[in-house]
Write a protein that binds this ligand. Structure first.
Ligand code: GTP
Ligand code: MG
Length: 148
């Protein structure tokens, strides 16, 4: 089944948005497979955002991700990568639709609360980067009430 790496960034944790973010993914019907609250080492943040290393905002981005604990998660379910991105909203929160996480909770691109993998391939890379120990194995009892 498809999995996505979803991360509540330090501003989301500091602002008490952890429960709301988890609630949205649970209510949609996705399955939580991995979850941890961690302070991020600089080299992990740099590896995570390696594709952006040439951008002028890269040092500030790495500092932001390392500025406090993040909630690292793996969510599983049909279409979770693309749907997760829709639930999160546009990169720039002022362009995010109301009803999305960024559209409801954020204003600036440098404080946009949450990360979501942008493709199935990125998700696989990010999950092995953030969860080298692996994730939990379980099947929710509600599965037949979410999938036909
Ligand atoms: P993620 O889910 O965090 O990967 O965001 P994204 O996929 O919507 O955007 P992208 O991968 O292009 O950028 C990663 C992160 O870098 C963004 O979420 C922002 O936190 C930050 N970022 C992107 N563009 C800018 C920018 O122009 N200025 C600043 N300050 N930060 C940016
Ligand atoms: Mg991205």
């Amino acid at each position: 089944t498809e999995q996505s790496y979803i991360m509540i960034k330090p501003d989301g944790v500091q602002r008490g948005l952890v429960g709301d973010v988890i609630k949205r993914f649970e209510q949609r019907g996705y399955t939580l497979k991995g979850l941890k609250l961690i302070n991020v080492a600089k080299d992990l943040a740099e590896k995570h955002y390696q594709d952006l290393s040439a951008r002028p905002f890269f040092p500030a981005l790495v500092d932001y991700i390392c500025s406090g604990p993040v909630v690292a998660m793996v969510w599983e379910g049909k279409g979770v990568v693309a749907t997760g991105r829709k639930m999160i909203g546009a990169t720039n929160p002022l362009a995010s639709e109301p009803g999305t996480i960024r559209g409801d909770f954020a204003i600036e691109v440098g404080r946009n609360v949450i990360h979501g993998s942008d493709s199935v391939e990125s998700a696989q890379r990010e999950i092995s980067l953030w969860f080298p120990e692996g994730v939990a194995e379980w099947t929710p009892v509600a599965k037949p009430w979410i999938y036909e």
